[in-house]
Design a binder for this molecule. Structure first.
Ligand SMILES: [Zn+2]
Length: 169
């Protein structure tokens, strides 16, 4: 099973723009079910509905289009059960199995927001719909991928500078 942080990022990034066209890796039910199964889920239609709803809310919150309260319906009725172990207390999530992935995605968002506020953000290329978790020390990462968006935006700035230079001269 993927670490929850990686799962959250993978989920947010299931709506990429491919060759200029917005795509959705979960919109086809069969493809969506196998995506869930690969992420450690059940791979059922019910789970797909819950995960898709969680994704919609999470994307809107991370983009700043919705307040965090938009995530509340995903968590409705979820509880944590404590169990005393040799090393302390272990918490397990109490939620119907088809909702577990959706709830874990929101809990991962919360954990990131606490431990690295602002580190989960949309790619700074506004034509790109992907997200990134900034793990740089300085906290200045802006692109989902330096190789793709970083270089593309640099090339664009270079082109604009060159064009402005021609117009100015
Ligand atoms: Zn990007």
């Amino acid at each position: 099973m993927m670490a929850d942080e990686d799962f959250l990022l993978a989920l947010l990034n299931t709506t990429p723009v491919i060759d200029g066209v917005p795509a959705d890796e979960l919109d086809d039910a069969a493809r969506g079910r196998s995506w869930l199964a690969a992420a450690g889920g059940l791979g059922t239609d019910a789970e797909l509905r819950h995960v898709a709803a969680a994704r919609r809310a999470l994307q809107a919150v991370v983009r700043g289009e919705q307040p965090p309260g938009a995530l509340a319906p995903v968590l409705a009725g979820a509880v944590m059960h404590p169990a005393v172990t040799g090393g302390g207390i272990a918490w397990t999530l109490g939620v119907p199995p088809e909702r577990e992935l959706a709830v874990r995605a929101v809990l991962a968002w919360d954990s990131l927001a606490r431990h690295g506020p602002g580190r989960l953000r949309p790619c700074a290329n506004d034509e790109c719909h992907l997200f990134l978790i900034d793990r740089s020390k300085a906290g200045t990462a802006r692109w989902c991928s330096m190789a793709v968006c970083g270089n593309r935006m640099k090339a664009r700035r270079h082109y604009q500078r060159a064009r402005n230079a021609i117009h100015d001269g």
